[in-house]
Unconditional design. Structure first.
Length: 136
């Protein structure tokens, strides 16, 4: 079982949310976002970031298409998401190994809630079907 997480992140992908389709025609949306924690420095009266985590986010099916088409979710905009976290290993330019924190987004929240079904078909490399309901 993967770690379930929810919270408000900040979209840092220059192009916002990008949409592509698998060979089977399933929509896939990708974007990078950052979560951070800040505190106010009592001496300077300025806010400073104390912790930061960059997450590579992916949404599938109808949710992916909705996010890519919405003007509410662009570069430098907040997004309130819920999904599962995992890590992916990659090779760095120096030849070493690195890890990225990734999230499969299942829900996106705003002021109102609308239930819709995600698309059908193969999901990721595990063969799961993204059958969860999502909130907009």
């Amino acid at each position: 079982m993967l770690l379930h997480a929810e919270g408000t992140g900040f979209i840092i992908s220059q192009d916002g949310i990008t949409l592509r389709f698998t060979p089977n025609g399933i929509a896939v949306a990708n974007w990078d976002m950052v979560y951070n924690k800040s505190k106010k420095d009592e001496r300077t009266n300025q806010w400073e970031t104390t912790h930061e985590m960059i997450v590579k986010a992916t949404a599938w099916g109808d949710l992916a298409e909705f996010l890519a088409d919405s003007e509410d979710y662009g570069f430098k905009k907040n997004i309130d998401v819920e999904g599962e976290l995992h890590t992916e290993t990659f090779q760095r330019r120096d030849g070493g190994e690195g890890q990225s924190v990734c999230m499969t987004v299942r829900k996106v929240r705003r002021g109102q809630t609308i239930d819709k079904s995600d698309g059908a078909g193969s999901f990721g490399s595990s063969g799961e079907s993204p059958a969860d309901k999502w909130n907009v």
